[in-house]
Ligand binder design. Structure first.
Ligand SMILES: [Zn+2]
Length: 124
């Protein structure tokens, strides 16, 4: 879903769905060049156990606060992730793909590996 930056005048919410995951976006203008964006992702994603490679389905439920800049962002913000809207257009499909990819590439362990992990810690 693509949203034109200049068309966001007030608070606006929408939902994107993707392979078992639902993402709720809420946009709110901060000023003419910046939008606050809350990204809530909930559902299940498929990933692999980081140790043995077994396929896993992981529950996801996370909310991220983003700042969307109309064009290149020159400021600095250590609290919020910054997204730059290319030519005034924000591509939320891309934003969601990036976020899901980030989640999938995290560390997950299947129940077997989780158990052996605990044992190792006990042995040490
Ligand atoms: Zn495993």
């Amino acid at each position: 879903m693509k949203v034109e930056f200049s068309k966001i005048k007030g608070e606006k919410s929408f939902v994107l769905e993707r392979e078992g995951v639902e993402a709720i976006y809420t946009l709110k203008p901060k000023n003419r060049e910046l939008l606050f964006c809350s990204q809530k992702i909930a559902g299940k994603i498929e990933t692999l156990c980081n140790r043995c490679g077994t396929e896993l389905v992981v529950d996801v439920d996370e909310t991220t606060q983003l700042l969307i800049s109309n064009g290149i962002y020159n400021g600095f913000d250590d609290q919020l992730d910054i997204i730059e809207a290319d030519r005034g257009v924000i591509d939320f499909d891309e934003t969601l793909s990036g976020e899901l990819h980030l989640i999938e590439s995290g560390y997950f362990y299947c129940s077997n590996c989780k158990d052996s992990e605990t044992e190792e810690i006990v042995i040490e």
